[in-house]
Write a new protein. Structure first.
Length: 421
């Protein structure tokens, strides 16, 4: 039970949108006036106390907020070290923390009087979240998705269309996320008077990293209060997976000033950092500083600044850039970065499902891997909290295949035969 009023924990950039040397806004001239307008609207909203109240009320009545803090007695016993807790972002509307960001931006869109939203999506999770918000708020919605991703992630495409969104398959380039991003920017440049671009994570030009963090800070704000209520102290370590960085930014923001709380970000180790098939920009040191996609951060890129192909079993972590605040905090040593391989992720997932009866998303399971790796070496007086950013139901196709489940293979074959005849 949360006893005191929740407050946002803004993780502010400087006036030009920088966190140390990272962040900023590197965009074509045509977008400058829209981004300036958005910064103004966001500033005005966050200075209005009724806006944060409207935001928390909206999520409380639509998206299961506050999400619970779950103590894992069985996992704690299994590892025999620190107490293990989960922050349950999987219980949000559409099954992940993405709901916080899209609902927040939706409220801002209404405030600005715009009537249409656009977004780009890779695996489709952000697309579904955006389409859900648009349906709820009565906004027109267009989602750009690489043509190959449309084919691979059809269940999400189905739901986006059912929710009333127009899904546009992008056939240029590699037919994946980066091409969808370009198409989305092009749309925005032509439609900004009535359209808002719902960026899905703490990346892109200022003010998006700061704005997404602001909305996601509800996670850390609740967690801080919930943990104090239960343990009467602060947790010792927090673990969150880092794709673009939004769930981690939200969890960590409330604890940035508490030096006793160690913050650990976990990136996708894929088939191992040495294999080159991964998406770890900070852990392992493979990333380098560059400017792309409207902002400056650490990217996985070659010597010419061309983005490298990234890989992870978890689609939500499979991205070349990282939130600029994390590039900064990594440089300053405030957040430690680790990585988890696909294989480790599957093992942590199976253990968690069996011992606690919760099914984390593949993305979230990366944070579980590193927490499990470290929990045993901490004393039983210590406590760690893992952000369970999403639920794993969406991953059934990938997990069942990776575990080579015969019953699943038979089921898929029966379905295929049914449609083949
Ligand atoms: C999208 C997603 C992520 C990665 O995004 P961040 O912006 O890094 O939080 C992590 N977990 C889940 C469940 C997701 O859907």
């Amino acid at each position: 039970m949360i006893t005191s009023p929740l407050k946002p924990y803004p993780w502010k950039a400087d006036r030009d949108g920088y966190y140390g040397e990272f962040g900023g806004s590197y965009t074509p001239e045509v977008l400058h006036s829209t981004l300036t307008q958005l910064r103004g609207a966001f500033d005005e909203a966050r200075n209005d106390p009724s806006f944060w109240k409207l935001y928390t009320d909206t999520l409380a009545t639509y998206s299961c907020r506050p999400t619970p803090l779950t103590y894992c007695a069985n996992l704690t016993r299994h590892f025999g070290g620190a107490k293990i807790y989960l922050k349950r972002e999987d219980l949000n509307q559409t099954g992940a923390h993405k709901a916080n960001n899209v609902m927040g931006q939706g409220l801002l869109v209404r405030r600005m009087g715009k009537t249409r939203v656009i977004a780009e999506t890779g695996a489709g999770q952000h697309g579904v979240a955006t389409a859900t918000m648009a349906a709820r708020f009565g906004l027109r919605c267009t989602i750009y998705m690489g043509a190959d991703d449309v084919a691979r992630q059809y269940p999400n495409v189905f739901w986006m269309r059912q929710l009333g969104a127009e899904v546009i398959p992008v056939t240029e380039g590699t037919r994946t996320l980066k091409d969808a991003m370009n198409s989305c920017m092009r749309d925005w440049a032509e439609t900004m008077t009535d359209t808002h671009y719902v960026v899905g994570t703490t990346c892109g030009p200022h003010p998006f990293p700061e704005m997404v963090t602001y909305f996601q800070s509800i996670i850390g704000s609740e967690l801080r209060q919930q943990f104090l209520d239960v343990e009467d102290r602060l947790p010792d370590r927090l673990y969150a997976c880092v794709g673009g960085g939004s769930n981690a930014s939200g969890m960590f923001s409330a604890f940035l000033e508490d030096e006793s709380v160690e913050l650990v970000g976990v990136e996708a180790g894929g088939q191992g950092i040495g294999s080159g098939r991964h998406a770890s920009r900070l852990a392992g040191g493979a990333g380098t500083t560059g400017v792309a996609q409207g902002y400056k951060t650490v990217f996985l890129q070659d010597d010419e600044g061309l983005m490298k192909d990234t890989y992870s079993v978890a689609a939500g972590l499979d991205y070349t850039g990282v939130g600029p605040m994390f590039a900064d905090l990594y440089t300053r040593g405030r957040v430690r970065f680790e990585s988890a391989t696909d294989q480790e992720v599957l093992e942590a997932l199976q253990l968690t499902i069996r011992t606690e009866g919760v099914i984390p998303a593949l993305e979230s399971a990366h944070a579980f891997v590193v927490a499990f790796r470290e929990a045993a070496s901490l004393s039983s007086e210590k406590s760690v909290v893992i952000n369970q950013s999403g639920r794993g139901d969406k991953d059934i196709f990938i997990i069942a295949e990776a575990l080579d489940d015969q019953g699943w293979r038979d089921y898929i074959c029966r379905q295929a035969r049914k449609y083949g005849e």
